[in-house]
Design a protein around this ligand. Structure first.
Ligand code: ATP
Ligand code: MG
Length: 369
């Protein structure tokens, strides 16, 4: 009979690798606790409508990356393709938004993408969300906690912060019109992907990795010129706060995010050590989402980090993660010795947090045969 294998793009994480994960997870939990964030545990499956309404109908995620099924009752459900929507849903449903809330969660995320290094179909994110604070000091805190995390992980020198403001929905709509007019006149210079986006989601063209498309954009309209006064002032303030805290950043006026719900500040943490899959964390402000999902208007900002990419960086940069080692081997020969070995090992474990591996001769023989 043929062997049953895992689903493409959904990887096993083996014991040799879990030391990196555990190091990452405990460092993340420690840093978030030090900023007063509380962990929230959310379902992996939600109603499909939640993601359609929040992420946006004409985004890559909703158009082609979601794992969507009908359950036995015929209701459409989706394996979460990101965490913010579920977190906002829970915060509204559980009545958490009467006061400011700082929340975080971690777990698997599913997107039907082309698997490659740093890109899986099941991957893991840690998401951080802060609700109820509209001012840029909140954006600054979100960025500072990431910077602290990279420092504690030993990765700070490999990760660069890119920042932008995408303004209000009205500012983006005006920019979108100017951008489409400009690109329509040069449509032959665009690649197929950008031509498709010109009609569905033109702002994403700014994100294109194609140098020819980027060269066309050089002469095009700039989002900065369309920003409203409040977004501009908030962005200036955020930059001041980051400078005061000693966090380096690069302003990337073409940084837009792949989900529709963002406004004002957006940011990405990017490394050049992982090839094309260089973004290890992305986030921004999403002041309209709570209301869009049926809650009371509540400002919010958040970010999500890609855990696989952080693990890859830890490994590739040779960061010491305190991999478990065996402190004591207990080798016993014969049934009486085995009995004593078992009891002695238990007594040793009682007194100190060391790793004791019992190897009885019986086990060794059965392994060899
Ligand atoms: P990318 O541009 O690399 O596709 P994204 O903008 O789609 O990223 P987000 O939705 O912002 O990603 O998700 C936050 C983070 O999750 C990313 O910065 C990345 O580190 C990680 N991530 C996203 N998609 C994948 C994937 N398919 N496999 C592994 N990690 C991923
Ligand atoms: Mg993506």
């Amino acid at each position: 009979m043929s062997e049953i294998t895992a689903i493409r793009g959904m990887n096993d994480i083996l014991p040799g690798e879990t030391a990196y994960w555990q190091f990452l997870e405990r460092t993340v939990a420690g840093v978030l606790a030090s900023y007063g964030y509380g962990e929230i545990r959310l379902p992996i499956v939600e109603k499909t409508a939640l993601f359609k309404r929040s992420i946006g109908e004409v985004t890559d995620i909703v158009e082609k990356e979601m794992y969507t099924f009908d359950d036995r009752n015929g209701d459409s459900i989706t394996l979460r393709p990101e965490g913010t929507a579920g977190c906002v849903r829970a915060a509204i449903q559980q009545g958490l938004l009467t006061t400011p809330q700082r929340l975080w969660y971690s777990g698997p995320i599913f997107r039907y993408e082309r698997p490659q290094k740093g890109r899986q179909r099941q991957f893991h994110q840690t998401g951080v969300e802060a609700f109820g604070i509209a001012t840029p000091d909140m954006d600054a805190e979100m960025i500072l906690l990431c910077a602290r995390l990279w420092r504690q992980l030993g990765l700070v020198e490999y990760i660069e912060l890119q920042l932008n403001s995408i303004g209000t929905a009205a500012a983006r709509a005006a920019f979108r019109t100017a951008l489409v007019d400009f690109l329509q006149a040069r449509v032959d210079l665009l690649d197929e992907d950008s031509q498709r986006r010109l009609h569905s989601n033109p702002l994403r063209i700014l994100d294109s990795k194609n140098p020819q498309v980027q060269a066309v954009l050089d002469d095009g309209p700039s989002l900065e010129d369309f920003l409203d006064e409040e977004s501009k002032a908030d962005f200036t303030r955020l930059c001041e706060l980051l400078e005061a805290a000693g966090v380096k950043y690069v302003v990337n006026r073409r940084l837009v995010r792949g989900l529709d719900y963002y406004n004002k500040t957006v940011f990405e943490w990017v490394t050049d050590k992982l090839g094309a899959q260089g973004t290890v964390c992305g986030g921004g402000r999403y002041d309209g989402l709570v209301e869009q999902l049926g809650g009371k208007s509540t400002p919010a900002v958040g970010c999500a980090m890609g855990m696989e990419r952080l693990v890859l960086l830890l490994k590739e940069q040779g960061v010491a993660v305190g991999a478990p080692t065996v402190d004591v081997y207990v080798v016993a020969v014969g049934s009486e010795a085995e009995r004593i070995a078992l009891v002695t090992a238990e007594a040793l474990r009682e007194n100190s947090p060391i790793c004791i591996l019992c190897c009885t001769l019986g086990a060794a023989v059965s392994k060899a045969s």
